[in-house]
Design a binder for this molecule. Structure first.
Ligand code: BES
Ligand code: MN
Ligand code: MN
Length: 452
């Protein structure tokens, strides 16, 4: 039986099994769900054991467990290490979901649930692809699985797991489906990820909230000041003003930029999909360049003062913001965080104090397009989509990927099947049935070409 026949015969069960995983609220960020996260890890482990990855177990960490499994058929054959994450983002805001986030349903050919695309639906394709290869006796090489439960909160414990288990994790390549393709008729392979520096800032003015009439105009208002400070972080060309921020930014040649510009992109459709009348960003760069090869700084949340019903006349004592910076190759996350901190402190006017607290971060990643791993992915997609995939740098981050390279000396192939429109991290996250099954179809082809 070939892959397509196997899928056809078992697709209802594949979906049922995926739905069981999607029903679990494995929200890594929220301690209320610690038990659910663990239960999900157990289910993933059981899934691996059931398909014949007998050596599967949970590895405990200081946080959520890591699911690890392997099937070594011959030490002399190559080994493919599959990485993915079973944790998900919180589903908020709940009232914007058309169906419950943890009650998966199929609508219009798509699976709706938190984690459907990011990343349960995608790592599960690998579990099912492995099942097919094992059951049809076509597994051409060794396979290892490492599915973690803390990707959405920075993979801190996976970092130490990787550093302490280098022998366990020896492999020839890492294969990951946690990214996307351009469109269902335009396959692509992700060749780069951005790094990340994430900080929280706190601006403190007077020692208590004040009457905005009695004190207004005479003391610094932390919210006004915070807004002013934040808006000064970009200049009129939308360049970031932090001294040294661009110091190590990789310069991309005109030739490479021209090549990038050949990837299909429809600006009108982009605007229409987001219901915006225009795009916005750094001068002299295209939209696709702005969201991939250029570093950015964005406020992710901002709060302070009175936000309840009606009007309350008050000058808040404190204002807060969460700020992310997406980084490109050669920028170092720790260094950018330091540059941000000293700049932000330096621009605070007298009358307020500023505190900057760093969160998790990570480095950017690029993968070559002329090596065995990329070529195997390219041929696999060529076969399954009937079209040669386009290499694309993504704007998203999977910080652990750069760490895999540093600690294990292994490149990762980012062969994801999601779409930008899948609403990952947003209400109504979904994953196309087409994409789920196309992934399952493509993965054994990768194994075949990589093992040749
Ligand atoms: N799978 C995403 C990253 C992604 C999605 C990359 C689509 C490329 C295309 C991952 O789960 C994620 O959300 N990463 C976070 C970073 C993490 C440290 C929270 C991100 O990019 O914001
Ligand atoms: Mn993900
Ligand atoms: Mn994510």
């Amino acid at each position: 039986m070939n892959t397509l026949e196997y899928i056809e015969q078992h697709k209802e069960r594949f979906l049922k099994e995926l739905f069981e995983l999607l029903k679990q609220p494995s929200i890594s960020a929220d301690p209320k769900f610690t038990k659910d996260v663990r239960k999900t890890a157990e289910m993933v482990k059981d899934n691996l054991i059931n398909i014949g990855i007998e050596k599967s177990q949970l590895y405990e960490t200081d946080g959520h467990p890591i699911v690890y499994g392997e099937k070594i058929i011959d030490e002399k054959l190559p080994t493919i290490l599959i990485y993915g994450h079973y944790d998900v983002q919180p589903p908020d805001p709940l009232d914007l979901w058309e169906s419950e986030p943890f009650n998966p349903v199929v609508r219009d050919g798509k699976i709706y649930a938190r984690g459907a695309c990011d990343d349960k639906g995608q790592f599960f394709m690998h579990v099912k692809a492995a099942e097919i290869m094992i059951k049809t006796n076509t597994l051409p090489c060794n396979i290892k699985f490492m599915i973690e439960g803390e990707e959405e909160v920075g993979s801190e414990n996976l970092e130490s797991f990787v550093k302490n288990n280098k022998n366990l994790l020896t492999a020839d390549i890492i294969l990951i489906s946690d990214t996307g393709i351009i469109a269902n008729d335009t396959p692509s392979i992700t060749t780069g990820l951005r790094g990340l520096s994430y900080v929280e800032v706190e601006v403190t003015g007077p020692n208590r909230d004040l009457h905005s009439g009695l004190y207004g105009g005479a003391v610094a208002n932390p919210i006004n000041i915070l807004c002013k400070m934040i808006s000064s972080l970009h200049d009129e060309n939308n360049h970031i003003t932090i001294p040294g921020f661009y110091e190590n930014v990789e310069i991309i040649s005109r030739q490479e930029r021209d090549l990038m510009a050949q990837a299909p992109f429809n600006l009108d459709k982009y605007k229409e999909e987001l219901n915006i009348s225009d795009v916005y960003g750094e001068d002299s760069y295209t939209t696709m360049e702005r969201n991939s090869i250029r570093p950015t700084l964005d406020v992710n949340g901002i709060w302070g003062g009175y936000t309840g019903e009606g009007a309350k006349t008050v000058i808040a004592s404190k204002a807060f913001a969460k700020i992310s910076m997406r980084l490109v190759p050669n920028q170092k996350s720790d260094e950018i965080t330091r540059l941000f901190q000293s700049h932000f402190e330096s621009i605070a006017p007298s009358g307020v104090t500023v505190k900057v607290t760093p969160h998790h971060g990570g480095e950017a990643y690029v993968s070559p397009t002329n090596e065995k791993g990329y070529l195997a992915a390219s041929k696999a997609m060529q076969d399954s989509f009937g079209k040669e995939p386009i290499p694309v740098r993504s704007g998203g981050s999977i910080p652990i990927v750069a760490l895999f390279e540093k600690e294990l000396g292994l490149k990762s192939i980012l062969m994801g099947f999601g779409l930008d429109s899948d609403a990952i991290h947003s209400p109504n996250e979904h994953y196309g049935l087409f994409n789920f099954f196309k992934g399952i179809e493509t993965i054994p082809l990768f194994f075949k070409y990589f093992s040749k």
